[in-house]
Design a binder for this molecule. Structure first.
Ligand SMILES: Cc1cc2nc3c(=O)[nH]c(=O)nc-3n(C[C@H](O)[C@H](O)[C@H](O)COP(=O)(O)O)c2cc1C
Length: 346
């Protein structure tokens, strides 16, 4: 969860018996090297236990000037009302795709597991990772995407249902109106590919874990539930928005970044979205909205913030708990569910 998870969280998940993910999308090669060195320093007791390194694999697209200008005109009344200057140009910022320089660092560290969002990087980079024995995972939001990933050597497919919080991993099929929920997606992907499937989206407790396994998953990936852990780095504004999501609801929207993401429904989503035409392509869309977000947040307003959150928000602990407690209760509750079904579990 780039921007919201921490090394501390990844290590705590790992220490509790899960596969902790380190959000590496914001790091260039040097920052990545420093972060991996820090991970090694902070986990001397379990050097062999893997962490997952998560990267983005989007294809950066140039903004179309006429579309960008129309989008900035759409935002202009908000900029005027808040007396905030519009950005002179849109900077892609730190969210860069996995490339040769990052790959060199990962290969040098012989990372055991790497996952991607938005497809896969070039085949030579996937080959380089697999050449040092790295397990490669990526998200699929449709059966077609899952087949595409498996054909290109992906070792594990993360089936991301439409309930999931944060950005959709979609890279071939972008029409969100036809996307499946996790319950329908897992068995269809499990039937379509020969590699293990991990379920993501709409899982926040043991019932969800047990259901995912019953449907053909061999693992689960949770995001939203971990936003309520002490090891997460989430603003109080964001946590309050998630706590209110039982009333406001969540929406898949592209207005905050140019790529569809599930967020708490707020003024920006209601007035401009949820899916708007002409938003500059990811991640440039973030730069178009950023000054409005910063100005609003300074006033304590959530109107322009992408408060990423899945449909399970009301199921999550509304207070902060330790990662170890969350992972422990997920495992215990799932085992109880399996017990009720008369299924042995480990
Ligand atoms: C705040 C937030 C940030 C996320 N950032 C990333 C990310 O950087 N990389 C990624 O692969 N998935 C990211 N995701 C998606 C999760 O990996 C996962 O698919 C999703 O959270 C599962 O659904 P759930 O939110 O219902 O648990 C993010 C999700 C959330 C809620």
């Amino acid at each position: 969860m780039a921007g919201f998870s921490t090394l501390e969280m990844a290590l705590a998940v790992r220490d509790a018996g899960g596969l902790g993910s380190l959000a590496c999308a914001p790091f260039d090669a040097q920052a990545l090297e420093e972060r991996l060195a820090a991970a090694k320093r902070e986990s001397p007791t379990a050097p062999g236990t893997p962490l997952n390194l998560n990267f983005f694999a989007h294809t950066p697209q140039a903004a179309i000037p006429s579309a960008t200008s129309r989008w900035m005109q759409r935002l202009a009344p908000y900029y005027q009302r808040s007396r905030t200057p519009q950005p002179a140009q849109l900077d892609p910022g730190v969210l860069q795709p996995f490339d040769e320089s990052r790959c060199e660092v990962v290969v040098a560290h012989r990372a055991k597991v790497v996952s991607f969002h938005f497809g896969l990087p070039g085949g030579h980079l996937v080959d380089a990772l697999k050449g040092v024995g790295t397990v490669v995972m990526s998200s699929a939001t449709t059966v077609r995407e899952a087949r595409w990933l498996a054909e290109r050597g992906c070792d594990v497919i993360i089936a991301q249902g439409s309930e999931a919080g944060g950005h959709r991993g979609s890279f071939l099929d972008r029409d969100q109106s036809t996307q499946l929920g996790t319950f329908a997606l897992i068995p269809q992907i499990a039937d379509a590919v020969d590699v293990p499937v991990v379920a993501a989206g709409g899982i926040a407790d043991g019932r969800g874990v047990a259901a995912a396994f019953a449907l053909g998953a061999c693992g689960v990936q949770l995001g939203t539930a971990f936003l309520f852990t002490r090891e997460a780095r989430v603003s109080s504004l964001h946590l309050d928005a998630i706590r209110a999501a039982a009333t406001t609801g969540t929406s898949i929207t592209n207005v905050f970044s140019g790529h569809p993401a599930r967020c708490v429904t707020n003024d920006a989503v209601r007035e401009m979205g949820p899916i708007a035409d002409g938003v500059p392509p990811f991640p440039l869309g973030m730069a178009a909205m950023a000054p409005l977000r910063v100005e609003a947040e300074a006033r304590g307003s959530r109107a322009f913030s992408p408060h990423y959150c899945g449909q399970t928000a009301p199921l999550c602990s509304q207070g902060l708990e330790a990662v170890s407690g969350l992972v422990g209760s997920l495992v215990d509750d799932a085992q109880r569910c399996f017990g009720r079904l008369g299924v042995a579990s480990r």
